[in-house]
Write a protein that binds this ligand. Structure first.
Ligand SMILES: *[C@@H]1O[C@H](CO)[C@@H](O)[C@H](O)[C@H]1NC(C)=O
Ligand SMILES: [Zn+2]
Ligand SMILES: [Zn+2]
Length: 347
């Protein structure tokens, strides 16, 4: 089965690429950045100079500078999936008597997702500014463990509010910093974590809905083809029932684009749903990804100059993991209705 081998290779490659991109789009100083650094050290001497320079510049442009690249990739992928769905799957589904109501679900989700995506991109995540810093300092108390009073950001030259962090991509300090997300080309922080969560959920739902409708359509196509009860003669002239491999091959040959899209969607769905669940978990325990990484001592010494709050994170202290939580409903409430500063001059 040649095509199965090919398909397996394809899945592995796509998997590796997506995992890499996802890891990079998360924390700037995650263990994966360190992994990249050590890989660069190992393979550095054997790669040509021009390739090194090119990949360094590309990595820098993509992950260390603001760029809309991933927003365009996101939109292109979305256009491809929706074009395929609208022009092929939709018609087949209508033939198979799928109701218009269920067929409209992906479009409704698309509208919702686009709204949250836009809000994630456009809304200020909670930049620490000279004007607002006094109010921002009062929102969260310093815990004396990850965040210490009286520390100022050497770049912004402002006092760092508790839970804030300097984003090196955007070159600003952000309140309740979660991470810099390259997919929305913005930091996720105090004021847009709520949109980010909704965005993740609508995006996973979108992938899930299209995958379900497409899977249903293919299932009905198989039922109609009668392949499940078909049989064939093998080399010895014996009659054998067509197994699942036959069905897969038949689908591959009859609807190549649709099967390809379904594979992509199922994969993306699990990835996104996992990521959305991780962020839901963080929201429920009142932590940011930044704090979560720091709490576990995942911050690499080589990636960051050693600062006071960095030193404290070197020894993970698991006993205090849920230290800040006032209970799930309050934690979620705080994300959707962030505490207000006393001087209400924001937005
Ligand atoms: C979340 O944690 C912060 C400290 O980091 C705390 O000030 C705040 O009250 C907590 N919020 C809830 C709802 O538990
Ligand atoms: Zn700063
Ligand atoms: Zn940023």
């Amino acid at each position: 089965m040649d095509f199965l081998t090919l398909f397996a290779i394809y899945v592995v490659v796509v998997l590796a690429c997506i995992v890499l991109v996802c890891k990079y789009s998360g924390q700037q100083q995650s263990p994966f950045t360190c992994l990249w650094d050590s890989l660069a050290k190992v393979f550095g001497p054997i790669t040509p100079k021009w390739l090194q320079r090119f990949s360094q510049r590309a990595m820098h442009k993509l992950f260390h500078q603001r760029s809309n690249m991933f927003i365009y990739i996101h939109i292109l992928l979305e256009i491809a999936v929706y074009a395929e769905f609208t022009y092929e799957v939709f018609g087949y589904c209508r033939e198979m008597d799928t109701t218009l109501a269920s067929l409209s679900v992906p479009y409704v989700l698309l509208a919702l997702k686009t709204l949250f995506f836009y809000l994630c991109i456009k809304r200020d995540p909670g930049t620490v500014t000279k004007k607002k810093v006094d109010g921002q300092l009062q929102i969260y108390p310093y815990d004396g463990r990850l965040f210490h009073p009286g520390v100022s950001c050497p770049t912004c030259q402002l006092l760092k509010p508790a839970r804030s962090k300097h984003c090196r991509v955007c070159n600003r300090c952000v309140q309740r910093f979660d991470h810099h997300c390259v997919w929305v080309n913005n930091c996720i922080g105090f004021k847009n974590t709520r949109y980010f969560l909704l965005y993740l959920f609508s995006l996973s739902a979108m992938a899930g809905a299209i995958a379900l409708l497409t899977g249903d359509m293919l299932f009905h196509a198989v039922l109609r083809s009668g392949l499940l009860h078909a049989s064939y003669l093998d080399e010895n002239g014996q009659q054998k029932a067509a197994g699942p491999l036959f069905v897969v091959q038949h689908l591959f040959l009859t609807f190549p684009r649709i099967v390809f899209m379904l594979g992509f969607l199922v994969f993306i769905f699990f990835l996104l749903a996992g990521y959305a669940l991780f962020h839901t978990y963080l929201a429920l325990i009142n932590q940011t990804s930044n704090e979560w990484y720091k709490d576990r001592g995942y911050i690499c010494q080589h990636c960051q100059p050693v600062t006071a709050d960095h030193l404290c994170s070197m020894s993970p202290d698991h006993s205090k993991r849920h230290f800040y939580s006032k209970g799930f409903p309050q934690n979620i409430g705080e994300i959707f209705f962030p505490p207000q500063t006393i001087h209400k001059k924001d937005d």
